[in-house]
Design a protein around this ligand. Structure first.
Ligand SMILES: Nc1nc2c(ncn2[C@@H]2O[C@H](COP(=O)(O)OP(=O)(O)O)[C@@H](O)[C@H]2O)c(=O)[nH]1
Ligand SMILES: [Mg+2]
Ligand SMILES: [Zn+2]
Length: 256
């Protein structure tokens, strides 16, 4: 990881030092190989918004990675000025224990709440392009150092305005990284079986499955499937699990 500082004198970022890689936020690239998006991070700040329309599967994939890597996680729901369309869907995540912060760029009241969550952590801001990651970071840094891109109205998809990850250090010992929007994100697993530990709400039930190596797919007496049937596990979350599982199988088989 390369650490920069902002030089007022030169009005630019200057390399301070290069640190060893401790923890990485990774994904699988199109060849099935691990690729680091950011390193030495301790927290994922996942940003979603009513516009562009939330990609819940992407959110689940991020949460999967964060669970495996044992990162602290916050979900930031931005652009609340556009309406509270997704309250019910967000409650699913709140119920399984994720912290959700609501914000928009029209008011500043929540700045302290966000800063508190970031304090002492190195957080990478991730999420679909156009959800407002750079805008939130601008608000936190309180200095217009980042280009805030326009959401492309016609395509209803954000334009890529950030091409490289940028690190900011805040006075409260928080380091924040603005990442470019990542398309086709796939979580990277050291072992395929890691996926079984990556959905928090499944993990709690795992010991109750009949088979200790239950994959929660077609095994008999599976506590996860039972919970799903009784609406104790959200159907969309289970669908995401199956999709990630299938994705991994495809990647694994294409490697040999
Ligand atoms: N209505 C509304 N628009 C916002 C808000 N935050 C950011 N935007 C707009 O959304 C667009 C994308 O913002 P940007 O920060 O570049 O998103 P990023 O791609 O996630 O970094 C810009 O046009 C912003 O002005 C918000 O809270 N409310
Ligand atoms: Mg940006
Ligand atoms: Zn099971």
């Amino acid at each position: 990881m390369i650490r920069f500082f902002f030089s007022e004198e030169n009005n630019t970022f200057i390399i301070k030092n290069i640190l060893p890689r401790l923890s990485e936020f990774t994904r699988i690239d199109k060849n099935g190989k691990k690729e680091a998006i950011a390193s030495n991070i301790t927290q994922l700040a996942i940003v979603i918004a009513p516009k562009p329309k939330p990609d819940w599967f992407l959110l689940d994939k991020y949460l999967c990675t964060s669970q495996i890597k044992k990162f602290k996680t916050i979900i930031i729901f931005n652009k609340t000025d556009l309406g509270d369309l997704y309250n019910e869907r967000l409650r699913v995540y709140k119920d399984i224990g994720y912290k959700i912060i609501y914000t928009n760029n029209k008011f500043n009241n929540d700045r302290v709440e966000i800063l508190n969550e970031l304090s002492g952590q190195t957080s990478v801001f991730i999420g679909q392009s156009g959800v407002g990651k750079s805008s939130i970071i601008n608000k936190l840094v309180q200095k217009k150092t980042q280009l805030v891109g326009k959401l492309s109205e016609k395509l209803d998809a954000g334009k890529h305005t950030t091409t490289t990850s940028t690190l900011f250090t805040l006075p409260n010992k928080a380091m924040i990284i603005d990442s470019p929007g990542v398309r086709n994100y796939a979580p990277y697993f050291e072992n395929a079986s890691d996926i079984l530990n990556s959905f928090v709400e499944f993990k709690k039930l795992k010991d109750k499955c009949h088979f200790s190596n239950c994959k929660h797919i077609s095994e008999p007496n599976c506590s996860v499937k039972k919970a799903l049937k009784n609406d104790l596990i959200n159907k969309k979350r289970y669908e995401s699990f199956l999709k990630i599982y299938t994705l991994l199988e495809k990647i694994n088989s294409s490697q040999y």
